[in-house]
Design a protein around this ligand. Sequence first.
Ligand code: PLP
Length: 433
Amino acid sequence: MTGTQVAQRRERILTAAVRQRLIDRDDALLAGFVDLDGVAGSVAALQEAFPDSVAVLHAFAAKANPLVPLLAELRGLGMGCEVASAGELAQALAAGFTPEHIVFDSPAKTRAELFQALELGVTVNADSFQELARIADILATRSSTSQIGVRINPQVGAGSISASSTATATSKFGIALEDDGNVERLVQAYQEHPWLTWVHTHVGSQGCPLDLIAQGIAKTVAFAEKVNAELGRRQITGIDIGGGLPVDFDTDHTAPGFDTYVAKLRAHAPALFTGEYRMATEFGHSLLSKNGFTAAYVEYTKTSGQRPIAITHAGAQVAARTVFQPDSWPLRIAAHHPNGTAKIGPLVAQDIAGPLCFAGDLIARARPLPALVPGDIVALLDTGAYCFSAPYHFNTLPEPAVYGVRTDADGDFRFELLRSAQTINDLFTRASR
Ligand SMILES: *Cc1c(COP(=O)(O)O)cnc(C)c1O
């Protein structure tokens, strides 16, 4: 789809949602939407980018959007699931993923969590030498069908957003490959533990250039080759290359695509494509961000110090990253009439504020948009990942409903509830004994 077609589809989805009162001035002031046809397209693009000659498990990074019906949808599309906490593991299991299609990454797995994962047969990537020792302890007394890997930090450096750069020299993730003695210790671990057959890396997320990601993966592949050469046997049979394909938050285009990413991998790490290694990927952002938006009513407008401000119902509770790190995570905003149609008119620099009681609760500052008035709707674009699905609980604001939407055979939009809105009672019980 062209950028214009994407914008028109979004407008039609929003007008249909207003007609069906999924977003409503009286009792649904805010809602999230996930375009399930778009998700299917993104998953297909990912699957098609990798050649059939390589066995790949594409595991969706659950933290990007862990709503169970959405995870089930992704499972139906042939995805696996990457989880990073006991809660996400429970969500993945509830979505019907079989343990061999679940990958458990976390730097803080407890003994009980490791025990459960190994008992189930979930793939486990150890994040440290201490965690490897715990796994060895558990496996000394019982066998497991889990694939077990170790996360290495290739230390290739940071992208433009430090909080999402995981392969810096001092990153908290993985075993630092360049630190003195670590390669030797790792080779020894593979030598001692025949069950250690995978290696994992995740170089970073938004803000990391593709070449940096590909360099980190290339170092990981070279490490696997070295281990296998030193051991004189192909013990490492699988490489988990993580996620992190950057997303274009500036336009309605999807770039770079998964095909560009795979071309970079082929250039930097050709050994990945010989068929000798199985592979896993862990994409989140790039599968969901552009397939979702958040719609909120404008409640009031005012002018302060000559600056027009629209007070809306979308703030840090659904866009925490943008509110707290506005320079790293700017969001596009579209202005719509109360019936959902796109608003056009002269652009006026406006602050788009949320409802939370702190001054920084702004989705955008001095953003040129058609003049907003109470009752208009703002759409926060590209928010299908890490936004309404990662709520921030401040001011006891409820999590909004989230709807999946797809086009039926007649060309009409069919909405399905992915998460119901929290009620005041739900919130009240969370703050009570
Ligand atoms: C967050 C994360 C991902 C997903 O990153 P995206 O930028 O959403 O693709 C994958 N793997 C690990 C280990 C992560 O922490």
